[in-house]
Design a protein around this ligand. Structure first.
Ligand SMILES: NC(=O)c1ccc[n+]([C@@H]2O[C@H](COP(=O)([O-])OP(=O)(O)OC[C@H]3O[C@@H](n4cnc5c(N)ncnc54)[C@H](O)[C@@H]3O)[C@@H](O)[C@H]2O)c1
Length: 278
């Protein structure tokens, strides 16, 4: 983790952080890192999540106001942008850390998806990025030179069977980031996705088989899995002025997992594991 005093990388910047639910949430850790770096920001989550009341502690710690918004509802996203502008004026960064699959929650297999839930997965986890950007533009909330980051997962490119319809949602999310990014580029606004390694959070642990996915990635990645705090430090650099020409990218933050093959230790362990079967 970066020096607790921070580097002042986000001094004078304002933003909105979507998706902090509890202390383990990646968005929660990002909010703390943004505060450390001098940013001022609002927190938003679905009304049902806010009822848990856990976000109040983060609000107190960071001085951020909380705005309820179910991102699947266009009128709520539009209203949110108006309220943000009223309270904060124009902002410089947006974090999209939102994901939910009713099919995974209810244990539906990929071949047996409930299609209404499938649409909810895509709507909440991916199309919401489009809605947020659409209404941010329409309400003229984002400053030129701003930065938007959405959190993704390598399931967008490769098959991770237990990640089911979230694999499709992440592929759509990354595509929306590229397409919207190309349109906002002329204003100097960056739109990127950060493809984070498995991280022990409420959404992560809700996936059956998550522990196996976590261990697999941790063993294969030469640097091991990065934590939510590591992810937060990386996102800070993307919100800062140090990455002004980085846009329309899917940026892996995974300790090297995406390009790893197999190493000596794993070869030896696998050889031992399968030796008995031969
Ligand atoms: N945990 C992991 O292993 C992992 C890995 C890669 C990417 N990610 C991504 O990181 C992001 C944050 O997830 P997390 O792991 O911190 O879990 P989390 O459960 O803490 O965060 C998910 C958030 O989405 C919010 N949300 C759900 N439905 C919503 C709606 N209709 N409107 C507004 N908000 C809604 C939840 O309330 C919650 O705050 C997600 O996009 C997730 O897919 C997570």
């Amino acid at each position: 983790m970066a020096d607790q005093k921070g580097y002042g990388l986000l001094k004078g910047k304002k933003g909105i952080i979507f998706g902090a639910l509890d202390e383990r949430s990646i968005a929660w850790r990002i909010a703390l890192a943004c505060k450390r770096e001098g940013a001022e920001f609002a927190l938003s989550n679905a009304p049902v999540a806010l009822r848990l009341g856990t976000l109040d502690a983060l609000s107190e710690q960071t001085g951020a106001s909380i705005f309820p918004c179910d991102v699947s509802k266009e009128d709520e996203v539009q209203e949110l942008m108006q309220k943000i502008k009223d309270e904060y004026g124009k902002i410089d960064f947006i974090l999209h850390a939102i994901g939910m699959s009713p099919n995974i929650r209810k244990n539906k297999s990929y071949q047996g998806l409930n299609y209404r839930w499938y649409q909810q997965t895509l709507d909440i986890s991916a199309i919401s990025l489009h809605k947020i950007l659409h209404f941010a533009e329409e309400e003229d909330v984002l400053n030129d030179g701003g930065s938007v980051v959405a959190l993704s997962y390598i399931g967008a490119q490769r098959i991770f069977s237990k990640y089911s319809d979230m694999n499709d949602a992440k592929a759509l999310l990354e595509s929306i980031a590229r397409n919207y990014g190309s349109r906002l580029a002329k204003r100097g606004i960056r739109v990127n996705t950060v493809s984070q390694a498995p991280t022990k959070t409420s959404a992560g642990s809700g996936i059956k088989g998550f522990d196996g996915m976590y261990t697999f990635a941790d063993k294969l990645a030469p640097m091991g899995n990065p934590s939510a705090d590591d992810c937060a430090d990386y996102c800070v650099t993307l919100f800062s002025d140090l990455t002004r020409k980085v846009t329309m990218q899917n940026l892996y933050h995974d300790g090297g997992f995406v390009t790893a093959g197999i190493d000596e230790e794993m070869i030896n362990n696998l050889a031992k594991l399968y030796a008995d079967e031969e």
